[in-house]
Design a protein around this ligand. Structure first.
Ligand code: LAN
Length: 749
């Protein structure tokens, strides 16, 4: 029996005293009957919540059997017979969601979706010979089940669980199953080989796939475009000219992935030669491994994988760099560059308590530490924190896109509950959420000097997941602030003791420091160099990864947080700075609105998500339709896409193609809720509430008897092309939209 553990200590070595384990999510396999007792209500809600969350593309018998096993004392949820009244629906939706709250106040959930993460973990464990030490046989069985469940009908795997097969997904997940002990002659494996062979072989994978295959020793490093570690030694100053291209100016996720990659490339790290390595060299290619002309394969990329074909400039650049490799490999300069890389890697490890900023650099850093010294404390400390990334669901065990979305979901949940006007009945939930929010604000700055490590100040900010992770983000900080202010408004009796005004002011300072001269806010840092740097994005499969781009979501979150702070603290000394920031922000939001009234959403699917943020930002500036043309246009864009049943349903293809694309699976509760929130922010209900009545009916009809809403299509995205699951959204947003609707559009409000 698997038990989900939260906020527990596993005795792992901690570097910092502030390592609180708050929000930490890990899974353990226990013998039957030894789990902590939960109340019957919680037990029921959790079982329901963590099952049936995923759309199965090809659910196998195996999966169905497992679901039945889990369902012993539990009858599967079904849509309710008669729609509830609005307040009854809210009541049951909130009660259900409250039962899912963790003891430390956050909401846990499945943050899976991408299919290129677990292979990195397994390849790293294999190379470092720590597979058995890190993963029990139960973990391994659940991982096999996950990979088998997400194999497409054509034998391949996609970039994410809903995507068509790609070489990147197929080669890496094939290798993963082989590492997990699945035999090459297994039926699913022959199908996967056929998929790869018919498209030329595994060297048609994207550049990140090539790096993993080269590390495992089933591809030669000559087949990988140079990842020159010396780039870290370039002058940083823009005055030097070349400083514009310094990796310290790249989007933190991009630079933190290329950092260990360049170290591993710089030493040509490679797995020992095992039988499996030899077998894979045979299995992954339709031709003899020894006959492959590796240099000629560097720019191969299967058409299924190609989202951002690299400009010809890169071919020239990589050719020059590969010539330079002859001089650099083994040189003193290389040694200095490698030393610099390891210093930056250790800093990142220590400042995140070995969680690291994301799942890709987590395992690459771990591998770099091992190659540096397999017996080191640095390497050993990585191991317990691998579990922070694993999540078990009905489709098996996966590696998540982050160590969870704890703070983000909790901050939204608080705002959603507060918007219903029914907070009093959920005081215990709100008090507990409040304590998570209080405990997660970053209190201690990362180790100095921040500039040396290219870090933006984080004291006063909120991260996306846990305090241990600690990387600050502009919009997480802002959602954290808005939630804290909403809780303050509810008062101590309902919501518990507020975050102190000093801490709130610190937070405002961070938010202000994030604004770019263009008026927009980016994600973790300011935009540090020109968007032209995207020309050197070599990933092939991700768009817009090189710099931290401003976006409507982050901008809106920061603007609405600042204006809420201004309302709560009208005599704050930051008022002037806030007013200036808001004006600049407004101009940015107006500028990025498209001629058809829409906003492109970068982190959620897609135009309904963008509309919610765009409309909230303008509403914070006092703009309402029809007086404000921008809001009126936004409403008319949304109304054009409202469906027959009153809902909205967008396909993930909207994100890739940047054109509103209707979902083939009908209205989606999350899109419907975002569109409703956008329309209400824009003031549509003051013109005609009819579209909102229809939308509310759609949400009410979709609610399940338990108070839950069904898990539908995947609703998050990153870098235009890869989807990611936000499993708590299906509860948070319908509650929020219906709660606000009840207050604004009905007599009961
Ligand atoms: C996230 C998760 C949170 C997300 C929001 C806060 C929701 C957003 O508003 C800003 C961007 C941010 C912080 C974000 C950026 C990209 C991330 C970090 C992710 C989607 C989680 C995983 C993804 C990361 C890049 C995955 C690793 C892949 C690479 C291309 C490096």
């Amino acid at each position: 029996m698997w038990v989900y553990r939260n906020a527990q200590s596993d005795g792992s070595p901690h570097l910092h005293s502030l390592n609180s384990n708050q929000g930490r999510q890990t899974w353990q396999y226990l013998s039957e009957g030894s789990a902590d007792p939960l109340s019957a209500e919680q037990e029921q809600a959790r079982k329901a919540f963590h099952q049936g969350r995923h759309q199965q593309k090809n659910s196998s018998d195996e999966l169905l059997r497992l679901q039945m096993l889990h369902s012993n004392n539990f009858s599967p949820d079904r849509p309710q017979q008669l729609p509830r009244s609005l307040s009854a629906a809210l009541q049951s939706g909130m009660a259900y969601f409250s039962a899912l709250q963790q003891p430390d106040g956050h909401w846990a959930g499945d943050y899976g979706g991408p299919m290129f993460l677990m292979p990195g973990l397994l390849i790293t464990c294999y190379i470092t010979d720590s597979l058995q030490a890190v993963l029990t046989s139960h973990h391994q069985q659940e991982m096999i089940r996950y990979l088998r469940n997400h194999q497409n009908q054509d034998g391949g795997w996609g970039l994410h669980i809903e995507g068509g097969s790609t070489m990147f997904g197929t080669a890496l997940n094939y290798v993963s199953l082989r590492i997990l002990g699945v035999a090459a002659n297994h039926e699913g494996m022959s199908e996967a080989r056929a998929w790869m062979h018919s498209r030329g072989g595994a060297h048609w994978s994207t550049s990140w796939g090539k790096v993993w295959l080269a590390l495992l020793g089933v591809m030669e490093w000559e087949g990988v475009n140079p990842l020159t570690p010396e780039m870290w030694l370039l002058p940083f100053s823009k005055w030097s000219g070349i400083g514009w291209a310094h990796p310290g100016r790249f989007w933190c996720h991009c630079r933190m992935v290329y950092l260990p990659m360049s170290y591993l490339y710089g030493i040509r790290a490679r797995c020992r030669e095992t039988d499996l390595v030899h077998d894979l060299r045979h299995e992954l290619y339709p031709m003899q491994y020894d006959t492959i002309e590796w240099k000629a394969t560097r720019n191969c990329c299967a058409k299924e994988d190609l989202y951002y074909p690299h400009p010809a400039l890169q071919n020239v650049l990589w050719w020059i760099m590969s010539q330079a490799e002859r001089l650099l490999l083994g040189s003193r300069l290389r040694k200095a560059a490698l030393k610099e890389c390891m210093e930056l890697i250790h800093y990142e490890d220590e400042s995140t308590r070995h969680i690291d900023i994301g799942p890709v650099n987590k395992v690459l850093n771990m591998l770099a530490c091992w190659f540096e010294n397999p017996k080191s404390e640095h390497f050993a400390r990585h191991i317990p924190r691998l579990h922070d990334y694993l999540w078990l669901a009905e489709d098996g065990m996966k590696m998540q896109g982050y160590n969870g979305s704890q703070l983000w979901d909790t901050a939204f949940a608080v705002q959603a509950f507060a918007a219903t006007g029914m907070s009093k009945q959920f005081s215990a939930t709100l008090q507990s959420a409040h304590s998570y929010i209080r405990n997660t604000q970053v209190q201690v700055e990362a180790a100095p000097p921040l500039d040396r490590f290219y870090r933006h100040p984080s004291k006063g900010a909120w991260p996306f997941s846990t305090q241990d992770h600690g990387w600050p983000i502009s919009d997480c900080t802002s959602e954290g602030l808005k939630a804290a202010l909403d809780l303050m408004t509810l008062g101590t009796d309902i919501a518990g003791s507020p975050v102190s005004p000093e801490r709130l002011s610190q937070c405002v300072e961070v938010i202000l420091s994030y604004q770019n001269p263009c008026g927009g806010w980016a994600t973790y840092e300011n935009s540090r160099t020109t968007a032209l740097m995207e020309l050197i994005n070599p990933s092939e499969t991700f768009g817009d990864i090189v710099i931290d781009y401003p976006c409507v979501e982050c901008t809106s979150a920061c603007m609405t947080a600042l204006s809420s702070f201004k309302r709560h603290f009208p005599s704050s000394s930051a008022l002037l700075a806030i007013a200036h920031a808001l004006d600049l922000g407004k101009a940015y939001v107006e500028r990025v609105q498209r001629p058809d009234g829409s906003w492109y959403g970068s982190w959620g699917v897609c135009f309904t998500y963008g509309a919610w943020f765009g409309c909230e930002a303008l509403s914070a500036m006092g703009m309402k339709a029809p007086a404000s043309g921008a809001q009126a246009q936004a409403c008319s864009f949304l109304l054009q896409h409202q469906r027959e049943d009153g809902g909205w349903g967008e396909s993930y293809l909207s994100c890739q193609d940047k054109v509103y694309t209707q979902s083939e699976s009908g209205s989606q509760v999350v899109n419907t809720a975002w569109a409703m929130l956008a329309l209400m922010a824009a003031g549509q209900h003051e013109q005609s509430a009819q579209p909102l009545h229809r939308a509310a009916k759609c949400l009410l009809a979709a609610q399940l008897a338990s108070g839950d809403w069904p898990q539908q299509n995947i609703s998050g995205v990153f870098n235009r092309n890869c989807m990611i699951a936000y499993s708590n959204y299906r509860n948070i947003f319908p509650i929020w939209a219906l709660g606000k609707y009840r207050r604004l559009c009905t007599a009961g409000g």
